[in-house]
Design a protein around this ligand. Structure first.
Ligand code: FAD
Length: 369
């Protein structure tokens, strides 16, 4: 893609990204935080960066941007960073494309990482795209696999579904640096945080003039129904076997009793029973909860690929031969409209909650369908 640097920085930008001009070394993870709380994808990327850095024999760097976010920088070390660049500025208090891009570009130009990784969240997609239009390098978006070729090539192998998700494509950026990729939340495993890990926090001075930033933050409105499947520790997912949208009310009840989220297979989404934000799988979210309860889901490979990182899988299905049963740690053969109410009752009993009206009605009324 042709570079579109700002007029006053053309020379510096063109020169600094030439792979030949000076060594590009290390992997930089752009940490995403909101109100001082990092998104888990940042720690997952740091974990993968550590694994790749071992093959390359290089440092893992993290960039933390915000205002008053030193605790996040310390956490980045615990999660695997050797060096944390800390861009601390009032103009970075809330995410805006322009000042955040400036901060990332500043770090890329000064510290020359060979690889830059960003979480494929709403914010990360916006930021990575903005950066990629300012420096002459490529961006592989929405990766589901990342690896590196060992030296001397040191190439990032950035893989993602392509051609309507029918193929996996591995994309290389051979002639430009840094090699940039965004990766989906949930596909990599974070390292166990080690508070005793040592690393360096290096403040970076980014010149940001508020009067030259086009966007102003006037009001922050929080969305209450935001689905954060990638961060859920428990997911209760439903598929075509639910037979209709009403089944998701039952699954929501079980998810609430377990402190979890509701997931879905693609047919359930396509039937309009639940929003796409809940879809798990190849064309949905990749999740790695501690517990995944699949109800009325057969276990097609496109679904399994999205939830195979779950620690424990419980499958509820009428068909003992459904593929999900072989993939599950606990396979319950039965009608989900009998099994799920029993699970709700047990979960509520253990949490000291009163019995559920919905669940007891379901188990007694021809399964409510
Ligand atoms: C390019 C591509 C991308 C795709 N991406 C995705 C994706 O991201 N996510 C995804 O999920 N799929 C995806 N699919 C679709 C996938 O191939 C399967 O068609 C889909 O996962 C099947 O959904 P399901 O398990 O809900 O339905 P089915 O395969 O129809 O399974 C329903 C299951 O419910 C059981 N059942 C029925 N009634 C009950 C009951 N009362 N109690 C208990 N069990 C019951 C049945 O025994 C059966 O096993 C994709 C397909 C393609 C081609």
């Amino acid at each position: 893609m042709a570079p579109r640097p700002e007029p006053d920085e053309t020379a510096a930008t063109e020169q600094s990204v030439s792979p030949e001009s000076r060594e590009w070394r290390g992997i930089l993870v752009v940490v995403e935080q909101h109100d001082g709380e990092a998104r888990p994808v940042s720690w997952q990327l740091l974990g993968q960066a550590r694994r790749m850095a071992e093959k390359l024999g290089c440092e893992v760097m993290a960039l933390v941007m915000g205002h008053g976010v030193e605790p996040v920088a310390r956490l980045a070390i615990a999660y695997g960073a050797d060096v944390v660049y800390l861009a601390n500025h009032p103009a970075l208090a809330t995410y805006r494309t322009q000042p955040y891009s400036e901060a990332v570009l500043h770090v890329i130009r000064h510290f020359r990482p060979e690889i830059v990784l960003v979480g494929a969240t709403y914010t990360g997609r916006d930021l990575a795209g903005a950066i990629a239009t300012r420096i002459p390098t490529g961006l592989t978006a929405d990766c589901t696999m990342l690896d590196v070729e060992p030296p001397p090539s040191r190439l990032l192998l950035a893989s993602r579904p392509a051609f309507s998700e029918k193929l996996m494509a591995t994309i290389l950026c051979k002639r430009h640096r840094p090699q940039m990729a965004t990766a989906r939340p949930g596909v990599f495993e974070a390292l166990e945080p080690d508070p005793g890990r040592t690393g360096r926090i290096q403040p970076v001075e980014v010149v940001l003039d508020e009067s030259r930033i086009a966007a102003r933050v006037v009001e922050i409105a929080r969305s209450h129904d935001r689905v954060r499947l990638e961060e859920a520790r428990v997911i209760v997912a439903g598929g075509r076997g639910l037979g209709g949208p009403q089944g998701f009310r039952l699954l929501r009840e079980l998810a609430d009793a377990l402190g979890g989220e509701v997931g879905a297979s693609r047919p359930a989404v396509e039937a309009g029973w639940i929003d796409h934000a809940h879809q798990v799988g190849q064309t949905g979210h990749t999740v790695r909860p501690r517990l995944y309860i699949a109800c009325g889901i057969s276990g097609a490979v496109q679904h399994l690929v999205g939830m195979s990182g779950a620690e424990t899988v419980v499958a509820v299905n009428r068909d003992p031969d459904a593929p999900i049963m072989a993939a599950a740690d606990v396979a319950i053969v039965g009608d989900l409209y009998e099994v799920v109410p029993a699970l709700i009752e047990e979960a509520r009993r253990r949490r000291g909650l009163p019995a559920s009206a919905l669940a007891s009605r379901r188990s007694g009324d021809e399964h409510g369908r």
